[in-house]
Design a protein around this ligand. Structure first.
Ligand SMILES: Nc1ncnc2c1ncn2[C@@H]1O[C@H](COP(=O)(O)OP(=O)(O)O)[C@@H](O)[C@H]1O
Ligand SMILES: N[C@@H](CC(=O)OP(=O)(O)O)C(=O)O
Length: 465
């Protein structure tokens, strides 16, 4: 069971989440709990790491004091509900973590250097500080529990600091070795989300939003019956409820559908969440912590189709790069050089389109990635007669529709284009994968919300469950 930042943001949230675990942890149900950092703490730590690099030691020290107080307040409140329990060991454990955090930030400030490895160490304190409090709340609620870091729980990753890849062949042995004896003793382990360790035990992180991924890595390696991801929202909705107020819950999604949704901007799940459980066919259930009676959304191998389109998503703050020149015509090696360069620099491309004459190719990336990509491409093709120009179109957005039922159903694209045309929204690019599970279009960013609402209505998604 995974609880996100909002669901552990303070003592009240932590105690509410602990109750959800207690209600399920019956004699025959064994649960492993995964927690994120308290809401906004990850962003705060990343900001502090950057400030430390710039040498703003005093501001950093004050902010760490505030952060420590926030955690200590939560501990005191959790323990006030259970006066027989000794609070001091947890206060000491938490204080020791803050001493290490201060040391790490002081090191960065002294060297004026922030490596991906030191950034991962600093940002890991968010989850490392929230996990002991959740574990204490579970004890206060009558369970036996202890907290572990991802590394201690056996999540072994490669060395890609910032977006480490779990080494599942190893983790399939190390995770049960770490957790099964605890479960056998009736303990409920609380594991830090987002955090792993490389083979030497150095802390790594799984990428932003990576606590969902932690839950499915643990679920897959322990052969869990289900992985439950508790959210503020009532499951995966037909659109981001912040953009579309009449979005409704989707009852069931296939692994592929949820992967497409996550990739195309549905922030409800980390894009890699599905990968570990897909092969073993372990279902993921996304449930609301505020509506625990609701079944939420189930993600499994063969979710029933409910019309051609299940949800609409959008990603904003993108830039389109067009790489072109008449001499590119017929020269396929240019395209391979462009993609090799971007892959080597770990710059993901969200959408690709090539003109039929092959005179130009367009790529869509996040704004920051596009700036780096432009610099790298200009250097690579400097003086080249093949590529004459690289133009950037900033402030664009992708809007995508997703659904397994689109495969083999004619007219879906026509319906999408017609509804956008009726709103006078111009399409800058169009893409459909051969899997036919999604169609995505590129439009200007300022039209994104209107486009999502229009598409949501045109496909009748408001009444879809
Ligand atoms: N299709 C969607 N369904 C549900 N939520 C979505 C969707 N697209 C975007 N979101 C956003 O994702 C967020 C859900 O995650 P939240 O509970 O905040 O996550 P976490 O628990 O990982 O911190 C919500 O803020 C919601 O606005
Ligand atoms: N705390 C990490 C990991 C995470 O998954 O958080 P959340 O579950 O709150 O999205 C982050 O903010 O990226």
């Amino acid at each position: 069971m995974k609880f996100g930042g909002v669901l552990v943001q303070d003592a009240a949230a932590i105690m509410h989440s602990a109750q959800l675990v207690v209600q399920t942890a019956h004699k025959n149900t064994r649960a492993v709990v995964v927690v994120s950092a308290m809401a906004d703490v990850t962003d705060g730590l990343l900001d502090l790491a950057e400030q430390a690099r710039q040498g703003h030691g005093d501001e950093v020290a004050q902010a760490v004091d505030l952060l420590e107080r926030r955690h200590e307040d939560a501990i005191q409140t959790v323990f006030s509900s259970s006066p027989a329990m000794a609070v001091q060991p947890v206060v000491d454990e938490e204080h020791a973590l803050f001493v290490s955090l201060r040391q790490a930030l002081a090191g960065v400030a002294m060297l004026h250097e922030l490596t991906p490895r030191s950034r991962d160490l600093i940002v890991s304190f968010g989850e490392r500080c929230s996990a002991p409090i959740m574990s204490a709340a579970l004890r206060a609620a009558g369970l036996t529990s202890r907290s572990l870091t991802g590394g201690e729980a056996g999540i072994v990753t490669d060395d890609t600091f910032g977006s480490a890849v779990p080494l599942l062949d190893i983790a399939r042995k190390t995770i049960p070795r770490a957790l099964t004896p605890l479960l056998d003793r009736g303990l409920t382990p609380v594991v830090t989300g987002f955090v792993g360790a490389n083979e030497e035990g150095v802390i790594t992180t799984l990428g932003r939003g990576g606590s969902d991924y932690t839950a499915t890595i643990l679920g897959a390696c322990l052969l869990a019956d289900e992985v439950w991801i508790w959210k503020e929202v009532d499951g995966v909705m037909t659109a981001d409820p912040k953009l579309v107020p009449d979005a409704v819950r989707v009852q069931a999604l296939s692994y592929r559908e949820v992967m497409e949704l996550a990739w195309f901007g549905a922030k409800v799940l980390h894009p890699m969440t599905v990968a570990p459980v897909q092969e073993a066919g372990i279902p993921i259930r996304i449930r609301s912590a505020f509506l625990p009676a609701s079944p939420g959304t189930i993600v499994c191998a063969d979710a029933p189709e409910a019309g051609p389109v299940k949800a609409v998503t959008s990603i904003r703050k993108l830039t389109a790069l067009t790489i072109g020149g008449a001499a590119m015509i017929g020269t396929s090696d240019v395209v391979s050089r462009v993609f090799s360069l971007l892959a080597a620099a770990q710059l993901p491309v969200l959408m690709i389109s090539q003109s039929s004459s092959m005179a130009n190719v367009s790529l869509v990336m996040t704004q920051t990635d596009a700036e780096r990509a432009t610099r790298l491409l200009r250097k690579e093709f400097a003086g080249s007669m093949v590529i004459r120009d690289i133009t950037a179109t900033p402030h664009v957005a992708i809007v995508a529709i997703v659904g397994d039922g689109m495969r083999g159903t004619p007219g879906v694209a026509a319906r999408l284009f017609t509804c956008l045309a009726s709103e006078n929204i111009n399409l800058l690019m169009i893409a459909q994968g051969s899997s036919e599970v999604n169609i995505s279009v590129l439009i200007t960013e300022k039209e994104a919300q209107r486009a999502v609402r229009t598409v949501h209505a045109a496909f009748g998604l408001a009444g879809a469950t």
